[in-house]
Design a protein around this ligand. Structure first.
Ligand code: ASP
Length: 353
């Protein structure tokens, strides 16, 4: 079980707002030990690396994972924990910042966007490509602006009432984002949706792109996930034995196929036979594209028409990260027949119908 530690990081007599920082781990909070390897550092030293955080005039509380994790180790239990922390602290804070490794940040952001129904406060995920202890680190700018955005209000209402990723001067919708870069600072992109804000001298919010929410609605959190899914990325020469093995996976409830372009797959009969067999067995088969931009339009080419005919569901412009987490979330909370229709309904701005 993940152990947590809570501290009041910054406290002002007359603060402009309250932000809860949830520190899960990732490169952000690492420093070099005596032999030069990167190891998680004690979060209470964070202010030493970022003294200007005090100038934000915000109260900042921190809940940290006692053992910070590399985000390659994130799993649905961590999503449940993050959502539970937001739920139990919801009334006391204006916004939430989650410090998270970049590797699976887009999965966590997508999962949280589905779990936090009725969310009307900002939940901003951020991290860094270089640890905060490094002189050229991107950690300082990412964290300071993420906190500012989490606290930003207009006419008393949060400007960004949704789950988003702030990274390298851009705010992106969480469930539209992808990690696209492991060396440069611009690690994230959302090919199918415009940035929600750009941070320069001022933070320019793209108001028409930000979700408009009913602030009267209260937060309700669904925490169940069912991982009985599989993902096949198509490639020329994919073997029948592999397809066969995946589709025969014990207990499989949904299968995502990452196809080419606008949803195209080889018209090879074995693939189609095996997918038709899966659909007949009641397995949900969802077609999403390997492209970073554009959408699946089944029937546009002959190579996607049969998929449509055999009952494969066209996944529109869902990212892989959103498709995986949405199916796991829906299967955990709804009967299979309902999941079939809900998967292509818009829950939190993750797709364009
Ligand atoms: N492996 C790290 C993680 O995702 C990479 C990072 O934080 O940038 O936790």
């Amino acid at each position: 079980m993940t152990q947590l530690k809570r501290t009041k990081l910054i406290h002002h007599q007359q603060a402009k707002g309250n932000v809860l920082l949830i520190y899960t781990g990732g490169t952000f909070g690492m420093m070099r030990n005596t032999v030069g390897s990167l190891v998680p550092f004690d979060f209470s030293n964070m202010v030493d690396h970022l003294p200007t955080i005090k100038n934000l005039s915000l109260n900042i509380d921190v809940i940290e994972f006692e053992k910070p994790i590399d985000s390659a180790n994130i799993n649905p239990e961590h999503w449940q924990l993050m959502a539970a922390l937001i739920e139990s602290n919801y009334q006391d804070f204006d916004g939430f910042v989650i410090l998270h490794g970049t590797d699976t940040m887009a999965f966590s952001a997508s999962a949280l966007s589905f779990m936090l129904e009725g969310l009307s406060k900002p939940v901003i995920l951020t991290g860094a490509q270089l640890p905060i202890s490094e002189p050229r680190s991107d950690a300082r700018e990412n964290l300071i602006t993420a906190i500012e955005i989490a606290a930003a209000k207009e006419n008393g209402k949060p400007i960004v009432p949704e789950v988003a990723i702030f990274f390298d001067y851009e705010l992106l919708r969480g469930n539209r984002s992808k990690k696209v870069e492991s060396m440069q600072f611009d690690a994230f992109d959302s090919g199918n949706y415009p940035a929600l804000a750009k941070a320069g001298v001022k933070i320019d919010f793209n108001r028409s792109a930000i979700l408009s929410v009913n602030t009267e609605k209260s937060l309700s959190v669904r925490k169940k996930f069912d991982s009985s899914i599989a993902l096949i990325k198509l490639y020329p020469g994919i073997s029948n034995a592999y397809l066969h093995a995946v589709i025969r996976t014990e207990g499989l409830k949904a299968l995502i196929i990452e196809t080419y372009g606008s949803g195209n797959a080889p018209t090879d009969t074995y693939l189609l036979t095996i997918l038709a067999e899966a659909v007949k067995k009641g397995i949900i088969v969802l077609n999403i594209s390997q492209c970073q931009g554009g959408r699946v339009t089944q029937g546009k080419y002959e190579t996607s028409k049969t998929l449509d005919e055999i009952g494969v569901i066209g996944g529109l412009d869902l990212t892989t990260e959103a498709a995986v987490t949405k199916l796991m979330f829906l299967l955990g909370n709804f009967p299979q027949e309902v999941v079939r229709t809900k998967v292509i309904e818009n829950f939190a701005g993750e797709l364009t119908i």
